[in-house]
Design a protein around this ligand. Sequence first.
Ligand SMILES: CCCCCCCCCCCCCC(=O)SCCNC(=O)CCNC(=O)[C@H](O)C(C)(C)COP(=O)(O)OP(=O)(O)OC[C@H]1O[C@@H](n2cnc3c(N)ncnc32)[C@H](O)[C@@H]1OP(=O)(O)O
Length: 208
Amino acid sequence: MSIGEFVHDETPSSEIDRLEALYRPLADAVRDLVDATIRTTVDDATIRRTQADVEALVARLRARQLDGPAGVRFNSEARAWNWGNAVVGQRNALAPPLHLVRDPGGLLHADVVLGAAYEGPPGLVHGGVAALLLDHLMGETASAGHSRVTLTGTLTMRYRRGTPLGPLRLEGRIDREDGRKVYVVATLADAEGVTVEADGVFIVPRWA
Ligand SMILES: CCCCCCCCCCCCCC(=O)SCCNC(=O)CCNC(=O)[C@H](O)C(C)(C)COP(=O)(O)OP(=O)(O)OC[C@H]1O[C@@H](n2cnc3c(N)ncnc32)[C@H](O)[C@@H]1OP(=O)(O)O
């Protein structure tokens, strides 16, 4: 396997900052729209009118767009940006988005609030969403600050109890390494404690 969308792109970091500041409020507004679409109780005519408005907005944005996905880009200043990423993408309204914080001791963590768009069982986070967020955090943990590319080889989740929608915390750390295999452990927790435990093997691919 190879990855076609790691692109060296010499856009200066200052311009990336400017573009992120431009797009982030748009993605936030679309994320809000998703939540409002799930929870609204307005009348039928208002729904149809809103649908037409949204379709007009989509047409406006599609006037000029990329042919495919956003990919992962990086410049010589070691700045990387992956605006379409399903978990951290700054322009992706489907992403919560997760803001990852690296502690000096090697722990990677993120605080996030998951709302109605991430529901599985009533009032609880969808198990696949929990796995999605943990997978990403663990992949970033394994890649050690973007110093190497790692891909998920095997991921094991243990759902200890339901994860309520609302404020949550993810934590991940490298457990051990063996050649190109990086073993990572992680947790998802609410205020009462751990709800999901995960362990995974992340592989530095032979082509990397
Ligand atoms: C510059 C910008 C950077 C930005 C970074 C953004 C970070 C974003 C982070 C995003 C995070 C999101 C994360 C995502 O979403 S990653 C997306 C989901 N994952 C994938 O798509 C991976 C698909 N699989 C592959 O590409 C290959 O099979 C890989 C790369 C995994 C191995 O193919 P490769 O040809 O390289 O391997 P090898 O045959 O030489 O074997 C090597 C060793 O590994 C062992 N092994 C092999 N497979 C597995 C397995 N499945 N489980 C456990 N172990 C496995 C094997 O036994 C051997 O060990 P040993 O026998 O030597 O002991």
